[in-house]
Design a protein around this ligand. Structure first.
Ligand SMILES: Cc1cc2nc3c(=O)[nH]c(=O)nc-3n(C[C@H](O)[C@H](O)[C@H](O)COP(=O)(O)OP(=O)(O)OC[C@H]3O[C@@H](n4cnc5c(N)ncnc54)[C@H](O)[C@@H]3O)c2cc1C
Length: 410
């Protein structure tokens, strides 16, 4: 089948890889408007469930993604630079640029034609394709052009945010909330590659305006944020340039569609749906869409039956995740309601933002603030992580590195 993917993000590349692995006879072109290696943003977090799927779907790219990723342990919640509370768990993070390099190389190796520096803005560019995979991201033009057919809806979040890097190395997923004269400002930070962490700063619109961010450029915004977060960043710098592009203050774009296909055009990834970044799931969902669509195309001879199958399964699986993401975004937009609590109570409220928790969870939360019990819980998670890694077939060297890192940093 002749297939064109518009957009070389995680969704477009991973679809191309997954479809080629299922049928090497497909003629697939990925068209990306940016040059190779140019992408917005810093690191993205993910968990074991994504690695499980990647290892099942394509061992080569899965191993490379795992090798390019870093491990973070626990969530740390810092209030006013004074109090710290902990939430258990661990996850992984990979630089967006590294992830895309791996996926692009693997797609090319499998025979996908990748065309960089080419923007699709005219439907005739894909006229001879039997299937057009629209992987253009949240601001997809094809979706905008056929908004009525897709039943597209776009809502804009209330809080401004800016996606920055920092040379402070975080070893846990860290939230720092600082109170300024104009209101609360906070960041979500995690390691993303050797020596660099990702730092997403967010605040209420009124606070943002009162602090003057509406009239500051990207570098000046970074300098002011360095002052606000001087303690939480240990005096480290914030980096506003990502691959030559200055970071901009944005507001979250929430995308939903009543259907994900129209004729031979099918939406995947952020073009079909977005989930707020506080859930850390958009990349995972984009790659799940990619596998699901490739599998539907493989299983159905008739293309419209394949697209219908993908559409129904994909939307049903997404519904609870999108609901959780909306609740999570709303919690952060009302965070100041909870900020009169101490750090332990505040962290507990944050951990339960997607729904009610059983009463014993609070007792457990209190217990795991005690250092000895935290260490025991980390050891338990480490054993579980090693078990999952072995089960999915991670190479021993990667396992050894994880173990070594854990031993140095319990
Ligand atoms: C601040 C922030 C933090 C995030 N953190 C996480 C996280 O921790 N974990 C996680 O899983 N997800 C995270 N996400 C979400 C994640 O970045 C997206 O969900 C993911 O990138 C979606 O992949 P995609 O391929 O659908 O779209 P994109 O990654 O947006 O890729 C779309 C590509 O299409 C290209 N393109 C667009 N239009 C055209 C055109 N007309 N012609 C040619 N090319 C075109 C673009 O240049 C781009 O390369 C975060 C998002 C934000 C904003």
């Amino acid at each position: 089948m002749k297939i064109v993917c518009i957009g070389g993000g995680p969704a477009g590349f991973y679809f191309a890889i997954s479809a080629k692995l299922r049928d090497a006879g497909h003629e697939i072109t990925v068209i990306e408007r940016d040059p190779a290696g140019a992408t917005y943003g810093w690191g993205v977090v993910y968990w074991d469930d994504l690695l499980d799927m990647l290892f099942r779907n394509d061992l080569d790219s899965a191993r490379a993604v795992r090798a390019a990723s870093v491990l973070w342990q626990e969530q740390r919640v810092i209030l006013r630079s004074e109090q710290t509370a902990y939430l258990p768990g661990y996850g992984f993070s990979v630089g967006r640029a590294a992830l895309l390099d791996i996926l692009a190389q693997r797609a090319i190796e499998l025979g996908v034609d990748v065309q960089y520096c080419t923007e699709v803005d005219d439907p005739s560019a894909t006229a001879d394709a039997e299937l057009v995979v629209v992987a253009e991201g949240a601001n997809s033009r094809v979706r905008q052009r056929h908004g009525d057919q897709f039943g597209a809806r776009v809502d804009i979040g209330g809080n401004p945010y800016i996606w920055l890097g920092t040379d402070k190395v975080f070893d846990s997923f860290t939230f720092a909330f600082e109170q300024t004269s104009a209101g609360w400002v906070w960041f979500h930070a995690y390691p993303s590659s050797a020596g660099i962490s990702t730092c997403i700063v967010e605040c209420a619109q009124a606070t943002w305006q009162a602090l003057g961010f509406d009239s500051l450029g990207s570098e000046d915004s970074a300098r002011l944020l360095e002052k606000i977060f001087e303690h939480a960043l240990d005096g480290h710098a914030l980096i506003s340039q990502s691959r030559g592009e200055p970071a901009r203050w944005l507001r979250f774009t929430q995308v939903t569609n009543k259907t994900w296909y129209h004729d031979n055009q099918v939406l995947i990834g952020d073009a079909a749906h977005t989930t707020h970044f506080t859930l850390g799931s958009g990349t995972r969902l984009a790659m799940i869409d990619a596998v699901m669509l490739a599998q539907s195309v493989y299983e159905h001879e008739d293309l419209s039956a394949a697209l219908q199958d993908y559409d129904q399964r994909g939307r049903a699986a997404l519904r609870p995740i999108q609901a959780a993401a909306r609740t999570s975004m709303a919690w952060f937009e009302r965070a100041d309601r909870y900020l009169d609590r101490d750090a332990v109570a505040f962290a507990y409220s944050m951990s339960g933002r997607q729904g009610a928790q059983p009463p014993w969870r609070y007792q457990m939360h209190l217990a795991t603030q005690v250092p000895a019990l935290r260490i025991a819980q980390r050891e338990f998670h480490s054993i579980r992580r090693r078990y999952l890694a072995r089960r999915r077939g991670e190479p021993a060297t990667a396992l050894a590195l994880i173990t070594q890192r854990f031993a140095h940093n319990p």
